[in-house]
Design a protein around this ligand. Sequence first.
Ligand code: FES
Ligand code: FE2
Length: 392
Amino acid sequence: MRREMELALGDRLKELIDAGPPPASGPFTPLDPSVYTDRDVHRAEVAAIASSPVAALASSELAAPGDFVAIELTGVPIIVSRDREGRAHAMRNVCAHRGATVETRESGSARIFSCGFHGWSYELDGTLRSVSNADLWSTEPCTRGLRRLACEERHGIIWVTADADAPTESVAEWLGEGVDGLLGELGVGEMVHHAATDYDLQCNWKLLTDGFLEIYHLKYLHRDSIAPYFPANTTTVGRSGNHFVNWLPKNRLVKNLTEQARDDWQVLAHLTGAVVLVPGTVVQWQAGHVELFSLRPHPTDPTRSIARLTMLVPADRADETDLWDRNWERVNVTIPDEDFAAAVDVQRNIAAGAVDEIRVGANEHMLVDHLDAVRTRCAALDEPAGVEVTVG
Ligand code: FES
Ligand SMILES: [Fe+2]
């Protein structure tokens, strides 16, 4: 199956390479820069992200029973833990008694979670374990534990939905058959965490996504880093449900596809692929390993975001540490210093009132499509359950 998918992708890329980048199919699209600053738009987007699965951690970051990590998603403090049976759980890191933070460590191993304020304790899945001096506290027994959040492991990632009242949706449903199948074929679920880091950025989260949705910039912004490895302006553009899947061949793949027999094509080994999941996650296939971007907007400020970057590598090659360290170093130079820096630069000019209009080229139309996809997601979650949503 994987080989068939690889060859079909090779056919598509070869066609693109032979034909060359297509000319513009229409005019540019004017865009009001307020889409990156408007507080009402931001409020709706934060609600949509809070109601969607977010790539909280790599499954391998909770390797053993009792392991936990404390995170924050859309302003909600969350504990992600693994219980003694190996199941992952997510719950608000907020005590059921009077609202104190229960786990104050960033990560570690726990037998139970215990609140420092009055000593209430909780099991690894958030169930209430004990109320201190229960006979003094109330005549009514208390059974309320930590508020549980939807949490599912799929494709080697622990997906958490921060809004406890969000409509129930499995990760597979949200990904859709196309993306779910693709991540399966790529073997993302067999990958393990190599490294992760958070970037605190002064820009709207969508400006960070935009960098994965067009490659017009590659030849210029990445001139001194990765541009020499890729043919300019050569990418497939694809939609899968409300998500985006784009493939960028490397020069080595161009050579492989044009000079060698189809049976000898090694497409996935010389290819970058950006799977942009709406809203807020990018799974970037990087010629055999994965860079996972979780774009986390500030809960109230549209001009601030955290971008969490995690590198996942094949489990059976995880010990090739030097190789992965070199790749980690490269991605930490290219994306933050170039793509993210460009996003922060544009946001600064918007904040100065110096950007009257953004002009998105026909070759960059996926930026506009992405804005539509985000609006579609916001509208779908805004509708009461059972009501059909129509978005023009
Ligand atoms: S607030 Fe946690 S025990 Fe009182
Ligand atoms: Fe880029």
